[in-house]
Design a binder for this molecule. Structure first.
Ligand SMILES: NC(=O)c1ccc[n+]([C@@H]2O[C@H](COP(=O)([O-])OP(=O)(O)OC[C@H]3O[C@@H](n4cnc5c(N)ncnc54)[C@H](OP(=O)(O)O)[C@@H]3O)[C@@H](O)[C@H]2O)c1
Length: 260
């Protein structure tokens, strides 16, 4: 690995990104395409996916496919996995990014919100990882799985009432470690990215509430929120040869939030 190209290029690889219709998922898809991978974009909002997929193909000259699917529904997970494989070939980079962050006081947190958070944030990554890993093991190919967790995988939230989110992200962080251990013998490396506060469609409403942004900046050593595109470097690193001896790790992209 003596050139930048051999360290970071993803040419010849096929990625699948969930939650690629907005926010960090779009950035993950950009990162893969920028490094040369073909990309399947998965989420529920078909039109958004089509727009992003077209843009990536035009800008980076890679193949893309937009697949509308609800990752909380197992039949949709199968549909997305099969459609991506049929259109682009064996998936060897999976980014489990789709996520929901329902808020509500713990003592009256609604069961349906809890169940949906569990389905989207934890069960779906497991189901998709199973499918991708079994395909790779059968084909005797190596691969990468990247799970989008959060600072709230490691600590509780001082800003929001986020019991389901904290529980499912913590579960996903430790699932990352377990899958890394079980699949290391097959060359399937499993890591997580833990972003701090980054304005996206999913977070900007909360950030805009009086006092929240100031508190977030105060708690963050770099004293600012992140930009969505600041996730790209971590994605390319964890998907590429540059991280060939990295598995079971949680990479913080949080302006230093977890450092103190
Ligand atoms: N932004 C931050 O500050 C931050 C910090 C830490 C971690 N994260 C994590 O980063 C990930 C992306 O969040 P974001 O901030 O980019 O929020 P976002 O803009 O709201 O994106 C969430 C994505 O998840 C998809 N999604 C939600 N439910 C789904 C379902 N049932 N089936 C398929 N897709 C579904 C949404 O697509 P559709 O609605 O089209 O289905 C959307 O593309 C999440 O896992 C989040 O927990 C974000």
């Amino acid at each position: 690995m003596d050139s930048l190209e051999s360290l970071f290029s993803l040419r010849g690889h096929v990625g699948l990104v969930t939650g690629a219709s907005s926010g960090l998922g779009v950035e993950c898809a950009h990162a893969l395409a920028l490094a040369g991978a073909d990309v399947a974009l998965v989420a529920r909002r078909a039109e958004r996916l089509e727009t992003h997929a077209r843009e990536l193909s035009e800008r980076y000259g890679v193949r893309t496919v937009a697949i509308a699917a609800d990752v909380a529904v197992e039949a949709d997970i199968d549909k997305a996995f099969t459609a991506a494989r049929e259109r682009l070939g064996d998936i060897d980079i999976l980014i489990n990014n789709a996520g929901v962050s329902p808020t509500g006081r713990a003592e009256r947190f609604r069961r349906e919100l809890w169940d949906n958070a569990l389905a989207v944030n934890l069960t779906a990554p497991m189901m998709l990882s199973q499918r991708v890993a079994s395909g790779l093991i059968e084909a005797k190919k190596t691969g990468r799985i990247i799970n989008m967790v959060s600072i709230y995988a490691a600590v509780a939230s001082s800003v929001y009432k986020l019991s389901a989110y904290c529980a499912t992200k913590a579960g996903l962080a430790n699932l990352t470690r377990q899958l890394a251990v079980e699949w290391a013998p097959y060359g399937i490396l499993v890591n997580a990215i833990a972003p701090g506060w980054i304005p996206t469609e999913g977070t900007e409403g909360g950030i805009a509430k009086p006092g929240n942004q100031e508190r977030m900046e105060l708690f963050t050593p770099m004293a600012r929120l992140g930009r969505p595109d600041e996730i790209r470097g971590a994605v390319i690193f964890l998907a590429s040869a540059a991280s060939s001896y990295v598995t079971g790790s949680v990479l913080s992209v949080d302006g230093g939030y977890q450092a103190w």
